[in-house]
Structure formats: structure tokens, C-alpha cells
Unconditional design. Sequence first.
Length: 159
Amino acid sequence: MAMLRRSLFYAIAAVVLLVGMRLGTMAQQPRKPLVTRSAASVAQTVSHNSRLAPTLPPRDFSGNPVAEHAYAAAARIEPLLRQLPSYCGHGKSSRTNLLSLYQTRNASACNVSLKETFYAFQQSREGKTVSQIRRGIIHGNWRHVNLSKWRAPLPSSGL
């Protein structure tokens, strides 16, 4: 009987140890992006679909200079944003690309979306291709965007 208890104790201890090890490795794994479709399938869909709804006008966000700049940038790079994934959690089941956040007010309250957009805008001005920008977003390069740079009011001439 004592032998049975000891065996049972060791079996339970082993299971607890294995479960603990698995939970530890899961915590160390990077989080998967909240992208509902791959960037390639987004690009294919865009090429087959008609024009998407326009972005909201930047003037709607005059009280929030960062959002105003982001909506102005989004309007200038709409074709690019159609092909880029978004890593935020807003409406993930219905959204297929970063542009769709700028067709609503969602992007104005989401630092992830704002940073992804400014990253895409800056990279496109440097001559990067859609593929290079998409890869940078997927790798999290947008996290290095400093939003305080965009806090000044938008000039009347735009970006």
C-alpha cells in the first residue's frame, strides 16, 4: 500500500512538473498577430474588389493632432494600407487590412494602428516596396514609431 501511494505521488508530481514546463514555454513564445487573413490574400482580394470606402476626413479629428495626422497620412497611402495587416484587436473578425480602421473612428483611439500607419507612411516616403513595408509590420518594426513626433497640429497644407 505504501508503495502504491509513493508511485501515485511520483506520477502526480511528474504530471504537475510537465504541465508547469509546458506553461512556461508557452509564456516565452511570441504572441501571434491578430491578423484574420494573410497579407498575400488581402492583396489578392484588393485586386479583385472595387474601390473600398474612403477614409474619414482628418478634420474630424482636429482635437487630436496625432489622429488628425494619421488620417491625413492614411488618405495619402490608401492603396498601400489596403495591402497591410493590422496587429490591433479592433473588429478582427470583419477587418482584413489596416485601411479599414480609417474608414471608421477605430484608428484614432488605437496606438497600434497609429504606429503601423506612421511606419507605413514613413517607409513609403523612403521608397520601400509594399512587400518590404508589410514584412516590417509583421516583424513589429512599427513598435519603434514615436507618436509624440506627430503631436503638432496639422498644417493647413496637409502632410
